[in-house]
Design a protein around this ligand. Structure first.
Ligand code: J9Q
Length: 245
């Protein structure tokens, strides 16, 4: 799968894209990433990418022309038809379902907006979808672009070591992860739960699922609405709730 990023800070992406799972995926050729400097598409002598807002006000607005030219140039140089995404606080909130849809698409072209905003005509002319990664103020869309690429790339076949790791991930089954432990068995007086040392795989599985359900109820009850629980688990949840009151 191919990702193209349009940004005024191309250096921002240098190190993160070399690391870890994403870096390996690029090395293996499973993921291709093109980083493009919007400035290269500014036609004036000073290569201006932003300007003051019509109607007045603080800050600068990203100019339409360099961005639209960059999108057209990237599209013209490819035989794919990528979905054009603008990272913005006004977008639909990114989630695992959206990541799965993007992973099944013909590629993504992500425009990194700046905090002050992007000329509205960019959205009308070239943007397919505005995407937010959460309700907080950032300086720009570069970090959101990395978040989107990371989440989407993990869903591409072959990117994770084993297919199992993606399937069992939190959010794929809609529950939070169960508690994990590794050596030593006792650390500062805190012991690993006995069941995990038992070697009884059925018991371990049941315990982990119960811990996941319990955690999700305690920390993210909103997630439970979308999860299929067994009758036994529903009973268990009821018990947990009555014990709490
Ligand atoms: C571009 N705050 O915030 C959350 N998702 C995206 C953003 C964002 C921002 C500023 C500029 C994107």
């Amino acid at each position: 799968m191919r990702f193209d990023i349009l940004t005024i800070f191309p250096d921002f992406f240098e190190s993160p894209l070399k690391q870890s799972i994403l870096g390996k995926a690029i090395e293996k050729g499973l993921v291709e990433i093109g980083v493009h400097n919007i400035r290269d598409f500014a036609l004036d002598k000073h290569k201006t990418t932003d300007d003051s807002p019509y109607g007045g006000g603080d800050g600068m607005v990203m100019k339409a022309e360099p961005i639209v030219m960059a999108v057209e140039s990237v599209k013209a140089g490819s035989n794919k038809n990528p979905k054009v995404v603008l990272t913005s606080p006004q977008g639909r909130q990114f989630n695992q379902q959206m990541a799965a849809e993007f992973a099944a698409s013909d590629g993504l072209l992500i425009i990194c907006g700046r905090y002050e905003g992007v000329d509205e005509r960019v959205k009308e002319l070239v943007v397919d979808m505005e995407v937010s990664v959460g309700d907080y103020v950032l300086s720009g869309g570069e970090v959101p672009a990395l978040i989107i690429i990371d989440a989407v790339a993990r869903l591409i076949p072959g990117v994770l070591g084993s297919d199992l790791s993606a399937k069992n991930d939190s959010f794929s089954h809609g529950l939070l992860e169960y508690p994990q432990y590794t050596r030593p068995e006792s650390f500062r007086g805190l012991k690993v739960p006995e069941v995990l040392l038992s070697g009884n795989h059925q018991e371990i599985k049941t315990w982990r699922r119960a811990e996941s359900v319990k955690r999700t109820m305690e920390k993210r009850p909103d997630l439970l609405e979308r999860v299929q629980l067994t009758e036994k688990e529903k009973e268990y949840l009821k018990e947990l709730k009555t014990n709490k009151q």
